[in-house]
Design a protein around this ligand. Structure first.
Ligand code: NAD
Length: 498
């Protein structure tokens, strides 16, 4: 879809901000009337005040979700019905994609181009793909003798809490919600406090699509209040969380101190981008290197910030990536020609800027980039060369547009440095030698390895992390459904009929 800056501004100026919670099919204020502000990080302007849900609101939503789960209208509905509703929702998202994208761009600082692609294509596709999976998922029959029939069936797991980050607000909602709804679960969604608006609007669209009341509840609020109340609720069966490793750990503690709910975690990363000495240092490789670190202003869990490049080509590589980085247009997220929008909040921008200063103080060489002055939260794409593996910026997740080149001495040195991290989400490998590519791909302890191109895979491929990047659960692919399904064995003893 081609879009004009004027059209985007016109939609932005006429936008209605959804400010309430969505519980049991109703838009409502928080029980105690409390609100919090959500702001546009590109201008600093407060957009609106949003309901701040507390434990009592979480309780109300869980009661509605449990009732809807038990009455079976959704959890035991015909697969064709669940499919139809999810396909309706997919269509409604496509029809409302422009409005949703402008809303999300204003709320998050993400570029309108990215928001429109993510929502109009990816988010809509998620509901379509999982909708279509509902009536194509089969159970199993175990091999037994004549004396028994053993059925292995999947059942919806119950009430699930989906706790979301701010970097891909509606996309992360879709990653979790589409398979959870397809599985037949009832859901409590908590969007991040920085970006609550598009998720609330999704609740309204889901109701329009035919989702029964109580099956989807959207609870905006802060982490320590709303998030914690969800984590500690005794009638939530499963949590699927995406966010920082620190808060992921809290959800494990909440589960241990409440009802031992199952917790699925997708968390931080510090992913390597490995360039071996035989790789073609062409424009395509440089484009992938830059995109892997600067996509979504680097606010991406799989950002390949650590670029481990053979020492023989590291200097040339760093200069070329820096030259590419200077060409990105940083600015108003609503302008369709902008490549890199605003950082999500002033506080987050200061954190990223702190890392840039730390990198210089520890002796890395800044080739380009840095913070921008002014009201908005903008950081120019920043490239460092000459990083050592011990430096803070080589170890911590920065979550901003910062790329660092670490020279390495051959394939095993690259592997040694790549695995020296608490994270294990993603890695990219560039080489012309398929044996060397697979040597690394099999040894890198991470959920996704992409070869000769930066990619997270797509809707069909599972996504998640090893080590402190994740739990065994996976988003995406048919594997995502497993997070929201229980497995039951039905063992039928057979007797001779005659
Ligand atoms: P965050 O952990 O601060 O917040 C995530 C969610 O948890 C938010 O909804 C927040 O309100 C809630 N939360 C915060 N404190 C809480 C508490 N004390 N109790 C309960 N809930 C709480 O993360 P973020 O800053 O929103 O997102 C950035 C992080 O997410 C990065 O570390 C990034 O790597 C990670 N991420 C991972 C993936 C993945 O798939 N692995 C995808 C996107 C983002």
């Amino acid at each position: 879809m081609t879009i004009s800056y004027d059209k985007v501004r016109e939609v932005a100026s006429n936008l209605r901000f959804p400010t309430q919670a969505f519980i049991n099919g109703q838009l409502c204020s928080a029980g105690d009337g409390d609100t919090f502000e959500t702001a546009n990080p590109a201008t600093g302007e407060v957009l609106c005040k949003v309901a701040h849900c507390k434990a009592a609101d979480v309780d109300k939503a869980v009661i509605a979700a449990r009732r809807s789960f038990n009455d079976g209208q959704w959890s035991r509905a015909e697969p064709e019905h669940r499919k139809e509703v999810l396909l309706n929702l997919s269509r409604l998202i496509r029809e409302n994609a422009f409005e949703l994208a402008v809303l999300e761009s204003l709320d998050s600082g993400k570029t309108i181009t990215d928001c429109l692609r993510e929502i109009g294509t990816d988010v809509a596709n998620f509901f379509q793909w999982y909708g279509e999976l509902v009536d194509k998922s089969f159970g199993k029959v175990a091999p037994t003798g004549d004396s028994a029939l053993a059925l292995i069936v999947k059942e919806p797991a119950g009430v699930v809490g989906l706790v979301l980050p701010w970097n891909f607000p509606l996309l992360m909602a879709a990653w979790k919600l589409a398979p959870a709804l397809a599985a037949g679960c009832s859901c409590i969604v908590k969007p991040a406090e920085q970006t609550p608006l598009s998720a609330i609007r999704l609740g309204e669209l889901a109701q329009q699509a035919g989702l029964p009341d109580g099956v989807l509840n959207i609870l905006p609020g802060l982490g320590e209040t709303t998030g914690q109340a969800i984590g500690r609720h005794n009638d939530i069966d499963i949590i699927s969380f995406t966010g920082s490793t620190e808060v992921g750990g809290l959800f494990l503690r909440y589960a241990g101190e409440s009802n031992l709910k199952v917790v699925g975690l997708e968390m931080g990363g510090k992913s390597p981008f490995i360039v071996l000495d035989d790789a073609d240092l062409n424009d395509d490789l440089i484009e992938h290197a830059a995109a892997s670190a600067f996509w979504n202003a680097g606010q991406n869990c799989s950002a390949n910030m650590r670029q481990l490049v053979d020492a023989r080509i590291a200097d040339e590589f760093a200069e070329r990536v820096a030259a590419r980085a200077r060409k990105y247009k940083v600015g108003d997220p609503l302008d369709p020609s902008t490549d890199i929008g605003a950082m999500v909040t002033r506080q987050h921008m200061d954190r990223v800027t702190g890392y840039i200063e730390r990198g210089e103080a520890e002796g890395a060489r800044r080739l380009t980039g840095g913070a921008r002055s002014g009201k908005g939260c903008f950081i120019e794409p920043t490239v460092f060369s000459g990083l050592t593996p011990e430096m803070t910026i080589s170890r911590d997740e920065i979550f901003g547009p910062v790329l660092g080149v670490i020279p390495v001495k051959g394939i095993d040195d690259a592997l040694r440095i790549a695995v020296d991290t608490v994270y294990g989400l993603h890695a990219t490998v560039f080489t012309r030698d398929v044996d060397r590519a697979l040597y690394l791909a099999r040894r890198l302890p991470c959920g996704t390895v992409s070869v000769n191109g930066f990619s997270e895979g797509d809707i069909k491929t599972p996504f998640g992390g090893y080590k402190q990047s994740g739990s065994l659960s996976r988003d995406n692919g048919t594997e995502a459904m497993d997070q929201y399904l229980q497995t039951k064995t039905i063992w039928v003893t057979l007797r001779d009929a005659v």
